[in-house]
Design a protein around this ligand. Structure first.
Ligand SMILES: Cc1cc2nc3c(=O)[nH]c(=O)nc-3n(C[C@H](O)[C@H](O)[C@H](O)COP(=O)(O)OP(=O)(O)OC[C@H]3O[C@@H](n4cnc5c(N)ncnc54)[C@H](O)[C@@H]3O)c2cc1C
Length: 327
């Protein structure tokens, strides 16, 4: 159950779930060789949705071309009508391509409404994309736009894919891009549920401090020289094999490896690899996010080979190897 800080009388049903916020970098912290935490401040962050967990946001970056407009006013995203109508994306799309600032999807790691601050943890991966390039160089005072949840909206929980329902046996799996989400989720859990998490990160120095309630287990898997996803898949398969009594307690319903089952497999090449079902009343629930092919491999293992009902497996392809995020 989520505890919501907003007084109900402030909530307006008609307000869009998400809105653009004008923000500036307040501080940058090197959490580890891979993770850079950027703390943003902005006048209106006192109403930024504070549920956190794996709630997604869009970060709109400054245009990099020399002849492109500076700042963000040309996007029209601060126009009160645009905010009231939730029209930022239509405004953005209506611009000629050369005027559209790049944006990417991130997780809000922390929200401090009173201080008008939010934290976003960037997993750096060189200068390959606009987001990582920006994060590598971020300095206090840098400005950008964050499109995030509005705590004054009745839809302020939109964009949270962690929906375990009444399930008490929880498995969380991710790579470095899912570290902010998994850490946020783990920190929200009490001892009434039991969570096991596996996080693959580039190197041993990327192991972060996380506050865990008793009964939860988090295993960090530094990749080192191994192929991306290899260790993660191996460890999760091993854990599942040892915990079949939890994962598929009704063994008769479980599917044996190799059995033929008709599934609506997501197409890794074509479509969005994403399904975030509402969890069941009790029992097992898995949440898997990160690089798309690893996510698909793990989801296939759980659903096709082990026989977990697909309504108990949330899986989200956060990014694709060799492909920029489509804006
Ligand atoms: C819901 C959601 C939440 C997310 N939360 C976070 C978060 O909190 N922190 C975070 O760091 N990421 C997060 N991501 C992932 C992030 O959006 C992608 O990594 C994004 O592609 C980064 O944009 P970019 O401009 O740096 O690279 P892009 O321009 O999108 O891609 C350029 C190249 O870099 C590759 N690439 C992209 N990401 C990585 C990576 N992490 N490692 C290695 N190569 C990569 C691409 O395959 C491509 O070849 C999230 C994604 C989603 C969908």
């Amino acid at each position: 159950m989520l505890t919501l800080p907003t007084a109900p009388d402030r909530v307006r049903a008609e307000r869009p779930a998400y809105r653009p916020y004008r923000v500036a970098v307040r501080a940058v912290a090197e959490l580890s060789p891979t993770f850079r935490r950027v703390t943003f401040t902005g006048d209106e962050l006192d109403v930024f949705g504070s549920a956190c967990l794996d709630q997604r946001i869009k970060v709109i970056f400054p245009h990099e071309a020399d002849d492109a407009p500076r700042g963000f006013d040309h996007l029209g995203v601060f126009d009160p009508d645009c905010i009231a109508q939730g029209a930022w994306y239509d405004r953005w799309r209506a611009l000629p391509e050369e005027l559209r600032n790049p944006f990417r999807t991130y997780t809000v790691r922390a929200v401090r409404q009173q201080q008008r601050e939010i934290d976003v943890d960037f997993a750096l991966h060189g200068d390959a994309g606009p987001a990582s390039r920006w994060a590598n160089r971020a300095r206090p005072g840098d400005e950008l736009v964050v499109v995030g949840p509005d705590d004054l909206s009745a839809g302020r929980l939109v964009g949270i894919d962690w929906r375990p329902g009444g399930c008490g046996e929880l498995l969380l799996v991710g790579d470095e891009t899912a570290v902010p989400a998994v850490c946020g989720i783990l920190e929200s859990l009490g001892d009434e549920v039991r969570a096991t998490a596996f996080l693959e990160v580039p190197e041993p120095g990327d192991v972060l401090d996380v506050r865990l309630a008793p009964g939860h287990e988090l295993t960090w898997l530094p990749r080192g020289g191994r192929e991306r996803g290899a260790e993660l898949v191996e460890q999760v398969r091993g854990w599942v094999a040892e915990h079949r009594h939890i994962v598929t307690p009704d063994a008769a319903a479980a599917v044996r490896p190799g059995a033929s089952v008709a599934l609506d497999e997501s197409d890794v090449e074509a479509g969005l690899v994403w399904d975030a079902p509402d969890g069941a009343h009790d029992g097992f629930y898995a949440w898997i996010a990160g690089e798309t092919s690893t996510v698909v491999t793990l989801r296939r293992h759980l659903v096709r080979e082990v026989g977990v009902d697909r309504s108990r497996v949330a899986f989200m392809g956060y990014w694709r190897r060799g492909r920029a995020e489509l804006s």
